[in-house]
Write a protein that binds this ligand. Sequence first.
Ligand code: SF4
Length: 444
Amino acid sequence: MALSGLEIFKLLPKTNCKKCGKPTCLAFAMALAQKKAKLEECPEASDETRSALAEASAPPISLVKFGTGDNEVQVGQETVVFRHDEKFYNPTVIAASVSDKLTGDALKGRIECINSLQFERVGTHLQVNAVAVINESGSADTFASVAETVKGASPLAMILVSDSPEALSAAAGKVADVTPLLASATSDTAEAVAKIGKENNCPVVAQGDSVEVLAELTDKIKAAGVEDIVLSLKAQSFKDELYGLSEIRAVALKKTFRPLGYPTISFVLDGNSEAQAAKGMSLICKYSSIVVIETVERHAIFPMLTTVTNIFTDPQKPVQVEAKVYKVGEPGAESPLLMTTNFSLTYYTVESDAEASRVPCYILVVDTEGTSVLTAYSGDKLNEKVVAEAMKKNEVEGLVKHHKLIIPGYVAVMSGKLEEETGWEIAVGPRESSMLPKYLQEVA
Ligand code: SF4
């Protein structure tokens, strides 16, 4: 269990040397107990102290990695139950399943389809992150052979899913170099699967039908020498799974209960695509670190990836683009110059509508701390001085000859002052970005 601030304090040198950045050892001990400091920040701590404090300084939910190179994924190490308390750190991994009953072109087609599950959304690249090979054939050799085929055909991280330690061992032997996640060890197979994980240096999934069983199981797997563990709660119903996952997260963080301090995995392998997407999105919210899904329908995968993006962005930090001049097409000195703010959604909406007009133009993006046009204007982050400064900084004078700036219709009210401040002609564009194509075609 975690140590209290006073217990930690007793183990520190008590010299108050301040090398950790805190005024006293007591202040450092309190910060360490609240996970607001790291033990390495005290250079004076002895080896004995370090080992005694390892428990207190370890993250309440372990970090687990699998896959290799650019396609390595990491899950866990979350620090809060509620996103608004701080933020969530390691986005849920979405894995698409591949049955080892597939052969030939069907297998090849399924892998290609999974590889192509990639999307662009408001300037962000989204994609499925892993492939879960499922041992439905019941044959260890077939499972190993399909795992090897998947390794050769997909760069994505891999999860090997089988109840059979023999099948896991055969497949891990073929693909250990890409560090697959081994799923799953149960109460009956814990030692055998942990041994495979240890020999192949792979993380292991512990699967149980209750939170209590999982807590016992992780102790067993850890005792067998595997530190990287992922929890799979095989609950009676979907509702029970969500409740159980919430309990695991709360107990791991609020009680620092180490046996449940691991990331989690959920399997959504039946139902139609829409039902799978709905379940997947619920699991992303509470609190699956990895969701294995059977559907590869783009209309089901895209909302899940969007949910991951939304849940794992910092709620205290608006998503923003760099404030600078962007080109749409190949604009020249006579092309229109538009202005907008650096809130990501605003910018990409304007950019896509400007593109739709097929009129090459420039977009001057003003730094409004990631807020939209009206929000920025009402908070005085968008005014004539801010725009004039951005025009100067980005040297728009040298870009276009016409000295005419198109501002969003919603801030038409600032056109007079902006004209006075800059000496430029200020044209008021449409209020809605969707009207930009028509507007640009008319003014160009
Ligand atoms: Fe105390 Fe260590 Fe901080 Fe020095 S660096 S004040 S010894 S906790």
